[in-house]
Write a protein that binds this ligand. Structure first.
Ligand SMILES: [Zn+2]
Length: 239
């Protein structure tokens, strides 16, 4: 299947936390959206690989995602060598997404920065006909979503309309994220704390406030963005 958008994350739940509202928004407007998890989350403190796969599938269904894929780049020591590049190039050439949403160049979890470099390299090399056997293809744009470390956004997507859908997708990750009223006998982690859940909401409200929205998801672009119609940038749309 040809995809319009492919969101790529290091671990199951990264993409949903970073840009779940945006993915739901794009899916609702009829675009074909896919999610690629670069690892199976096998090094996680909580949850098994099978559990996380089931959770990822349920989360993708909530967001209206058409395709979900996993690579095995190594959770906790994410590999970025030629083998992993080839695997990702294969995925990009198979799905031919126009837009890639991926991790930032550096973040608290080192796997995220490594994944950024892998995504940037594979997105470029996929366009070279000298690299591998399959037909070359290069995505038109690669943007980064926010995870732990804040950055100055290149743009913010108003996700107020799909905020509840995002929270529903996050609720699918019962092994990873705190759910009000639930109890699990597993070691506490920062991500599984009630404070983390509150911070997810608070951060979206913070970035939403900056653009006059209830909830916002910030993105970073390495390159400046071209604007065909500056009038379309007026808050609330053209008058
Ligand atoms: Zn992660």
């Amino acid at each position: 299947m040809k995809l319009d958008v492919l969101a790529i994350g290091s671990h199951p739940d990264d993409v949903e936390l970073g840009c779940g509202g945006t993915l739901a928004l794009l899916a609702q407007r009829g675009l074909k959206v896919g999610i690629l998890h670069l690892t199976r989350g096998e090094a996680g403190t909580r949850g098994t690989v099978e559990e996380r796969r089931t959770e990822a599938q349920a989360a993708a269904t909530s967001l209206g995602v058409a395709e979900i894929e996993f690579l095995d780049c190594g959770d906790g020591a994410l590999r970025t060598g030629p083998e992993e590049e080839d695997a990702l190039i294969g995925v990009l050439r198979r799905f031919r997404p126009d837009l890639i949403l991926g991790p930032t160049p550096s973040d608290r979890h080192p796997d995220h920065g490594r994944a950024h470099r892998l995504v940037a390299a594979a997105s470029y090399y996929a366009g070279l006909k000298g690299r591998g056997e399959s037909a070359p293809y290069r995505p038109a744009a690669v943007f980064s979503y926010m995870q732990h470390d804040p950055f100055e956004p290149s743009f913010i997507v108003d996700v107020s309309a799909t905020w509840e859908v995002k929270m529903e997708a996050l609720a699918a990750y019962a092994s990873q994220l705190h759910q009000p009223g639930s109890r699990r006998d597993e070691p506490p982690t920062k991500v599984a704390s009630p404070e983390f859940r509150a911070a997810v909401v608070g951060r979206a409200q913070h970035y939403g406030l900056l653009v006059g929205a209830a909830y916002g998801e910030p993105f970073w672009s390495r390159l400046p963005l071209a604007v065909a119609d500056p009038w379309a940038l007026l808050p609330g749309g053209p008058r």
